[in-house]
Write a protein that binds this ligand. Structure first.
Ligand SMILES: Nc1ncnc2c1ncn2[C@@H]1O[C@H](COP(=O)(O)OP(=O)(O)OP(=O)(O)O)[C@@H](O)[C@H]1O
Ligand code: NI
Length: 362
């Protein structure tokens, strides 16, 4: 929460909570530079859940880690900007990153047990987070910890606080991890496949919980998943990621009813019943390539049923899918749909050279 309406970064009231612009994160490996996140831009507003969806290797987790200063060696954020309430994060020092992770942005990962310490009670671990992030101790911390366990839907919270993680089911562990995340009173919750390891019923309960917390606390949620069924359930807006880039962005209803990018269309076709959950996307033939060179063409073209010549020589940038759709973009030479093919190709070519390393922002 901002106390005086501004921040050191000079936030304005119309700034989104999180603005990511042309983010680039690379891994220097022996076989070359892996461009895991290659010019990614998106916003997350308070009180909304924004999805980041794509197949394994698309760059979703590296994007998430780039937002909180947790990119693993040899990875580096090499370009672009991440602003929280207008304040730039990418040049943070390690201690500034710790403040961000402890106060503004909390992460929830796939495997809750690995986030919990087996030798301390669940209550102790929440109290510890409250001590570090809010300076609460003793009875005040204990009381607040129980309250947080109640908030995340753990019944008989006072007694459960005395339990150890191994006494909890997977779903209860994830609730406990979410309670720890809430202990720092974050503005943004970054959830990376938070329900993938859970059975379908538990998954649905955790998704409901996250949605309730978002609404009650005006939380912003960045929700990462490979699962279109989960996207349909929790997201307000969706970014579809492929080989380090965002290839389509739309409101959730628009995306499901009118998917435009051939990749998104393939993902949706691959969901047997569009609400079925739990299984990996065994979608489109072939695999996500690992990008090592700057994009000079469409990275999806080799797998794309609608690719034509130019797709192999022009790098598409996100454009409005049609003149009247400014909140639905696709990085595909077939768009805008109301331009001729030559006009569309030319528009992508121009935007790509004009924006160059600046990437594409609307
Ligand atoms: N430590 C690393 N060293 C080298 N390359 C890495 C490293 N971590 C990630 N990458 C590469 O970055 C790319 C993106 O990986 P990332 O984990 O973000 O994918 P993802 O979309 O989260 O996939 P998944 O659904 O499997 O979690 C992949 O090509 C991966 O090989
Ligand atoms: Ni991942």
């Amino acid at each position: 929460m901002r106390e005086d309406g501004t921040t050191a970064g000079g936030a304005r009231d119309d700034d989104p909570l999180l603005r990511v612009e042309n983010l680039r994160t690379t891994f220097a490996t022996e076989t070359g530079t892996v461009r895991a996140v290659d010019g990614v831009s998106f916003d997350v507003e308070r009180g909304e859940t924004v999805g980041l969806v794509g197949e394994s290797g698309a760059g979703k987790s590296v994007t998430a880690r780039s937002l909180v200063g947790l990119v693993e060696d040899p990875g580096r954020v090499v370009g672009g900007s991440v602003r929280l309430d207008g304040a730039e994060l990418t040049d943070n020092t390690e201690s500034e990153w710790r403040d961000v992770r402890g106060g503004r942005i909390a992460m929830v990962f796939q495997d809750p047990l690995s986030r919990l310490n087996p030798v301390y009670t669940v209550g102790n671990q929440i109290e510890e987070a409250l001590r570090i992030h809010r300076g609460l101790r003793g009875a005040a911390a204990r009381e607040k910890a129980v309250e947080l366990l109640e908030d995340v839907g753990i019944p008989d919270a006072a007694r459960r606080a005395e339990a150890y993680p191994h006494e909890f089911s997977g779903g209860m562990c994830q609730r406990a991890v979410i309670a720890i995340a809430l202990a720092c009173d974050p503005d943004l919750l970054v959830c990376d496949e938070p329900t993938t390891a859970l059975d379908v019923t538990t998954q649905a309960q955790i998704l409901d919980l996250l949605d309730d917390l978002r609404a009650e606390r005006d939380l912003a949620v960045l929700f990462i998943t490979h699962d279109m069924g989960v996207v349909a359930e929790v997201c307000d807006r969706v970014n579809v990621m492929y080989a380090g880039e965002i290839v389509e962005r739309a409101g959730v209803v628009d995306l499901f009813e009118r998917p435009k990018h051939p990749y998104t269309q393939g993902l949706l076709d691959a969901v047997p019943a569009r609400t079925a959950r739990g299984e990996r996307l065994a979608a489109i033939e072939g695999e996500v390539p690992t990008p090592t060179e700057p994009a000079t063409a469409c990275r999806f073209a080799p797998r794309c049923p609608r690719a034509f010549d130019a797709c192999h020589s022009v790098h598409p940038t996100g454009v409005a899918v049609s003149a009247d759709a400014d909140d639905h973009t696709a990085a595909c030479l077939h768009y805008p749909a109301d331009a001729t093919r030559d006009e569309a190709v030319e528009r992508h070519r121009e935007r790509d050279t004009r924006t160059g390393a600046e990437g594409d922002t609307e």
